[in-house]
Design a protein around this ligand. Sequence first.
Ligand code: HEC
Ligand code: HEC
Length: 294
Amino acid sequence: MKRTLIILLGSSVAFAIGWKSLTSEATIASSLKGLEGDVGRGAYLARASGCIACHTDVVNGGAALAGGPPLKTPFGTFYAPNLTTDKVHGIGGWNIDDFSLALRSGKSPQGDSYYPAFPYTFYTKLSDQDIADLWAAFKTVPAIGVSAKDHELGFPFNQRAGLTLWQALFFNEERFQPDTSRGEKFTRGAYLVEAATHCAACHSERNLLGALDQDNPFTGSESMLEGEGRVPAITKQALLGKGWTELDLAYALKSGLKHDGDAFGGSMGEVVRDGTSFMRKADREAIAYYLMNK
Ligand code: HEC
Ligand code: HEC
């Protein structure tokens, strides 16, 4: 299996290099022009969306957003880069279009493709206003002059050029489309889950190339994080089957306690500690409502 994968990716690298010149044309996010960003709303969203958790080495006392702890996956170890306003080591030299391109198109200002360990396959659904708010908040982050470590990936995954083909195969750039027939709470929950808090990044199955199974979301998966084992399903049926109610779920996202009184372990503990526990009650309730009613 692994051999086939390597051959597939190996040949795709050559193909992708030719392909790249066609696709790296930066999409100018003209819809962002003139939008006023709100720092408070942006900081709230950055926490809820996990930007701060992944890009800060909390355990080793790293400065906020100056680079994350090792993310050990079957593809190798990723380090989320420095996102502070440092012009050399961070993103201090970027403008809002560069920021939008990274988050919603998965491309660097130079046109290179990002690894999907950075959940841009979800952030592509973020609204223009949320991008403007996030950008306003990121502009206030104090500059820290250190570079995050380089990823430690084996061949062929260390070939960034191969990602352009990966994106062509598995990534659709798209904005969130509300289902207006389902009401405001459902829509808010859907947006938070699908665009921001990216629950499916861990709770949906991935194929051998790390692409998410879009057709069977939330059915559980083997964790991408070393040593974590299986991530449980959080479909409506699975949750009801285990005795969860909407109320339990909303409360668990605040307290980190499951309905049986056990604390969430592993990366789910971190999702709550660094993310959902800081959210507004109405937003946690909207997430629970969406998952239990879709
Ligand atoms: C699960 C961990 C994770 C989360 C959550 C996450 N990122 Fe990242 N991010 C990464 C990794 C890993 C990379 C490096 C990708 C690469 O090298 O291709 C990255 C890269 C980036 C880059 C490109 C930086 C550069 O120097 O090129 C930006 C910008 C970024 N992330 C912003 C964000 C924002 C904003 C959020 C929240 C909305 C966020 N990230 C959430 C892991 C994460
Ligand atoms: C970084 C990976 C990750 C993300 C993102 C994530 N989860 Fe989890 N989740 C886990 C893991 C791992 C477990 C198992 C934890 C345990 O058994 O203690 C889990 C467990 C759960 C459970 C318990 C299910 C059961 O069988 O009792 C619920 C409910 C849940 N997650 C909801 C969510 C929601 C809602 C989101 C989005 C807001 C989310 N998760 C995002 C990794 C994640």
